[in-house]
Design a protein around this ligand. Structure first.
Ligand code: NBG
Length: 803
């Protein structure tokens, strides 16, 4: 949009006046932010309405993305960038004597997600709008986002994230679009004597009101505005008398109270299942209502609607959609099933068994009795039909209801036309191992969609110095079209460009160093190698392997303080699920190693270890541009894709990696010479699994070097970790090192030595760094959503919204 500076300044001052009855000079950052946000929301609203109207009039097919997590972070900069007015607003404010950065800082991170899964959902929302695709997010408006993390005595302590306190400037409450969600009670089927049809009769159901709050998802300079709809729970007026006490009412509010702070283990809590049904049902009811307004028969709903099940949390969509079609709209079962399968699609995000949701039959039956009946019927028909054509054992293993549990992934696969993994290796593992039985039965349903990242946020917003160098070198086209960043490759050996990029990196490192100083008190030099591992804390991601290497360096330096290594700062950021004790112990030990190392003058500043608290999207925007080395060291086969690996690459970090997740595709994109790969690959891992022959103790016992490092966890070398050190030692030695840290240790050390050597040769390093940036274009989530659109959802961008 075009925004004359004067108009903006007047709008802004007026809004500040209206809202707070003050002048700019008297306003604090929060008030300035709220006024600014409100002005910007107003600028967006016209397009928002027009797009909705256009979609209705033209009956455009829309993809509805159901996700229990969205992790947008802050939205101000991204909205301004996408509207094309970031610079105008910044200048306009600065003329008023206001500091844009300070105002932007006042926005609270919207942290309604745990990690990769939620962040991916938000990258997709940005890219759907930016590629002009009609997309619509459905999720939960949690009152509390992911906990805030602090370290006290090196231990993680969790504090609630009351992000909604003080309101959310971007959302619009749509009370007129509220729907009712029914749960619990009894349900029985009554036969209509004239037609022979059955109608469910609900006795004493618990009725909840689902109220949507919509947030505009603004496309990049194209006028497209999609919708992110988050559902909140309320007590319907008709039900008020059922809730006598404050406590009763609070129990209802709890449904949208907190985001489950765990992205990888199955939470056996009833409330989680209620959350899942609540937003899925509300979202689907609205979709069907909207569709019926188009006046097309319900059998054809899949021609206008695609419903995407992001991981298994919204998998009840399959049964709920059937319920709506069969019960509420009287479709016969077979037609309804045909429409359901053609409407639904599903993404799997992990192969970790503990994360594949299974719910006890009794719980499902109690909470959503009618939906359970439908699941039973889907399962019964599935067995009946498949038994005619397939191996009985395979059918048995793929059933939805087994041994008293409802298997959500099975429901999602059986009830949809597409199941995808999120990187090539992950999709292959689904086909070959994890979901092999399903692949035998429905090979045509399986496909891969490698993840991507919101390219503009992770370059233009988070890394302005680099973006400027790119503009000067290859022009500005890369800003809209990520594939154009490849033009940088022809400057791979151009010293001037290399130096400019290195200079930009240095500026980012200075910014991070200042942040580190402020947040932790630790002083680090931007001339050191910044070696970064940021992601959730999980055993399979192997922060421990990184730690073992740090301990090794420490011991080496203690033995020989003159050791010729480039100074290194190891930077961690990670939240551990509050009940994941092992992960919390790893945090504690890293913090204690940090204390030890950072205060030991004998090390001559060659080694620093910093654990930044409260890793989140905004912090990532400071850390990622400043990284020299990107640690992607999960045990091969375990990290479905990873997405920070792509962000680091784009920002010119060199990756040290196992052949896992999207690291493999990153290697293919940059070439072996521009990445440092080490360790076991997927085949090695599975060979050990099949042979049951991994013996961590033997690895430990055979190598004095490994022994020395591992012993440091328990021999008093590191103070204050008596319990935690022992716990980790036991995980390695007594419980046989589930994630093969020890097996990969020596190759990892060798890879780290290679990094040190490469960095010493700055010419080579700078070229490697440049090559990483130049080849990151294929990881734009614009491309990823285009593939979902073409191959799964069958949606197209409206012409006027294409660049
Ligand atoms: C995560 C995987 C990551 C992947 C993201 C996004 C879950 C359940 N899975 O490897 O662990 O990048 O999903 O696909 O959060």
């Amino acid at each position: 949009m075009k925004l004359p500076k004067k108009k903006f300044q007047t709008d802004f001052k007026n809004r500040l006046h209206e809202k707070f009855a003050i002048e700019t000079a008297d306003a604090n950052a929060q008030e300035l932010f709220e006024s600014l946000g409100s002005v910007i929301k107003n600028y967006i609203s016209e397009d928002w309405r027009d797009v909705r109207r256009y979609q209705m009039e033209n009956q455009t097919k829309t993809a509805y993305y159901f996700s229990i997590e969205f992790l947008p972070g802050k939205m101000l900069r991204s909205n301004l960038l996408n509207l094309g007015i970031l610079d105008d607003v910044r200048d306009g404010l600065s003329e008023l004597g206001l500091d844009f950065d300070m105002i932007a800082e006042a926005e609270k991170d919207m942290a309604l997600g745990n990690g990769g899964l939620g962040r991916l959902a938000s990258c997709f929302m940005d890219s759907l709008a930016s590629t002009g695709l009609p997309g619509f997010g459905n999720g939960i408006r949690y009152k509390y986002g992911l906990f805030k993390q602090q370290f006290i005595d090196g231990y993680q302590v969790e504090f609630p994230d009351a992000w909604l306190q003080g309101g959310n400037i971007w959302e619009v409450r749509k009370a007129h679009e509220a729907v009712e969600v029914k749960m619990e009670g009894n349900v029985w089927l009554k036969e209509d004597e004239s037609t022979g049809n059955f109608t469910p009769v609900y006795e004493n159901p618990r009725v909840l009101r689902a109220v949507p709050y919509d947030t505009a998802m603004v496309g990049y300079e194209n006028g497209q505005v999609n919708n992110l709809r988050l559902w909140d729970v309320e007590i319907p007026e008709s039900e008020e008398r059922k809730y006598y006490s404050i406590n009763d009412r609070r129990q209802v509010q709890d449904i949208t109270g907190v985001l489950y702070p765990d992205d990888s283990t199955y939470e056996g809590r009833q409330l989680r299942l209620v959350q899942e049904y609540f937003f899925t049902s509300a979202g689907l009811q609205t979709i069907v209502k909207h569709y019926l307004k188009l006046g097309i028969p319900l059998d054809e709903i899949y021609t206008k609607i695609a419903v995407h099940i992001n991981d298994t949390h919204p998998a009840l969509a399959v049964a709920e959609f059937m319920r709506l079609l069969v019960d509420d709209h009287k479709m016969d079962w077979d037609r309804a099933w045909n429409a359901t399968v053609k409407t639904m699609s599903y993404t799997n995000h992990t192969i970790l068994q503990e994360a594949l949701e299974k719910w006890p039959v009794d719980m499902v039956k109690f909470l959503i009795p009618r939906v359970y009946q439908i699941i039973e019927e889907i399962d019964r028909r599935y067995v009946e039909e498949m038994n005619k054509v397939a191996d009985l054992e395979i059918v048995g293993r793929t059933r939805i209801i087994q041994m008293g549990q409802v298997h959500m992934a099975h429901l999602a696969i059986i009830g949809s036309h597409s199941t995808n993994g999120v990187a090539k290796i992950h999709s292959d593992l689904l086909k070959d191992v994890v979901l092999h039985d399903f692949y035998v039965l429905f090979p045509e349903r399986f496909n891969n969609k490698t993840n991507g990242i919101a390219f503009r946020r992770w370059s233009q917003i988070s890394n302005e110095p680099m973006s400027k160098v790119l503009d000067e070198t290859i022009g500005k086209e890369w800003r809209a079209d990520a594939s154009k960043i490849k033009l940088l490759e022809s400057y791979a050996d151009d010293k001037e460009v290399q130096d400019k990029l290195a200079h930009a990196k240095h500026q980012n490192k200075e910014r991070l160093a200042a942040y580190i100083k402020e947040a932790t008190g630790v002083e680090v030099s931007p001339n050191a190698i910044f070696d970064v591992q940021v992601k959730r804390l999980h055993a399979y991601k192997r922060q421990l392997l990184n730690l073992l290497h740090i301990i090794k360096l420490y011991l080496d330096l203690k033995e020989n303080p003159d050791l010729d290594i480039t100074p290194r700062v190891f930077i961690f950021g990670a939240k551990a699920a509050p009940s994941y004790y092992y992960a919390k112990s790893v945090i504690k030990v890293i913090n204690e190693v940090g204390n030890l190392v950072n205060n030991d003058k004998a090390l001559k500043d060659k080694l620093k270890v910093v654990f930044l608290p409260n890793y989140n999207v905004s912090l990532a925007e400071i850390i990622v541009p400043a990284a020299d080395v990107s640690e992607q060291i999960s045990l091969a086969s375990k990290e479905a894709s990873g997405t920070s690996n792509m962000k680091f690459m784009l920002n010119g970090a060199v990756t040290i990696a196992t052949l896992d997740g999207a690291n493999i595709e990153i290697r293919d994109a940059v070439g072996d010479e521009n990445i440092v790969i080490f360790g076991m690959d997927k085949e090695d891992v599975y060979t050990h699994y099949f042979a049951h022959d991994y013996n961590a103790w033997a690895v430990y016992d055979a190598d004095p070097y490994i022994k020395r490092v591992v012993n440091a966890l328990v021999d008093g070398t590191i103070p204050n970790i008596i319990r935690e050190g022992q716990e980790i030692f036991d995980a390695l030695i007594k419980y046989n090192d589930e994630y093969f840290n020890l097996q990969d240790f020596l190759p990892y050390v060798a890879a780290q030595e290679k990094i040190d050597m490469l960095y010493k040769d700055q010419k080579t390093w700078r070229k490697m760094s440049l090559m990483n940036t130049a080849n990151a274009g294929q990881f734009s989530s614009d491309d990823t959503v285009k593939k979902y659109a073409e191959e799964i959802w069958h949606i197209v961008p409206a012409k006027q919204f294409i660049h």
